[in-house]
Write a protein that binds this ligand. Structure first.
Ligand code: BTN
Length: 270
């Protein structure tokens, strides 16, 4: 399987800054770590580190992220937004919209599970992890790490993930050109990031809502020791999830895990 090369990607890239400075590596601990190092050295906004494999790829809530060499995409983008800390989740939702729009170009209909999991046929095809750079940094930085499953077949997934994760290929039976997809994705990420920095987050919200699998659902929310059930009402203007709990109170959810309750898993311990 051929590794991605910057020359091939840069040839068809239509962005101003995203991916213009691009490092394609074979193996790293985590692309988020590599780009954080580059951020400390002052690299510019839009710099991307992509790697064929990660020994310590990480996901939300301390989970591990597995990618398959030559068959998936794992990369991080360095951003330097002038946003307040409580506005950072806007970037994550904007990235989810960008990934969804890119997948749609390939004739598939992804759904977004709050905050930023992309699903195909109810199974996860992409995960997004946004992390803050060091506070002491003169130019505050945010790392947007994205992992997408593209051309893996069932046997490429660890057994324990086969029920919950999928790839484009597993879902559609079609192989995807990784270079083409990456170029389109850079374009959409740059576009939706602009909506955030130009204070047009309402545009992200409306695009996110159109593709949401979470809105109106019965859910279980887990935030450490705070676990509750409820119904999702909407997103607020900052992208937090508004959930009416079983006591009828509205809780504003900005972190944690949100599990959609199906008739199967809806039975609760009495
Ligand atoms: C999640 O769904 O929990 C988020 C997964 C994010 C994975 C990507 S792969 C590229 C980047 N580097 C990492 O270590 N994680 C992110």
């Amino acid at each position: 399987m051929k590794s991605l090369k910057p020359e091939a990607i840069l040839k068809g890239l239509k962005t101003k800054t995203f991916g213009r400075s691009l490092l394609c590596l074979e193996k790293v601990s985590s692309t988020n770590d590599v780009i954080l190092k580059l951020a400390e050295e002052g690299c510019s906004e839009g710099t991307v580190v992509l790697s064929e494999s990660q020994t310590k790829g990480r996901g939300r809530q301390g989970r591990h992220w597995t990618s398959s060499e030559g068959k998936s995409l794992a990369f991080s983008v360095l951003l330097r937004p002038s946003l307040k800390a409580d506005e950072l989740p806007e970037i994550t939702l904007a990235a989810a919209v960008a990934v969804a729009k890119t997948i749609e170009l390939f004739r598939m209909r992804p759904q977004i599970k709050w905050p930023n999991d992309l699903l195909l046929g109810g199974q996860k095809v992409c995960g997004i992890l946004t992390e803050m750079g060091p506070k002491k940094d003169k130019m505050p930085s945010v790392v947007l790490g994205i992992g997408i499953n593209l051309n893996q077949s069932t046997k490429d997934f660890p057994k324990e993930l086969r029920q919950t994760a999928t790839s484009f290929y597993r879902f559609s039976g079609r192989k995807i050109d990784r270079v083409r997809l990456f170029q389109r994705l850079m374009h959409h990420l740059e576009e939706t990031y602009q909506w955030v920095v130009e204070r047009r987050f309402s545009k992200v919200l409306s695009e996110w809502r159109k593709r949401s699998v979470t809105l109106n659902q019965q859910v279980k929310v887990s935030q450490g020791h705070h676990v509750f059930h409820g119904q999702v009402l909407d997103l607020d203007e900052k992208g937090a999830l508004l959930v009416r709990n079983d006591l009828g109170m509205i809780e504003r959810v900005t972190s944690g895990d949100v599990e959609i309750m199906t008739p199967k898993n809806r039975k609760r311990p009495s």
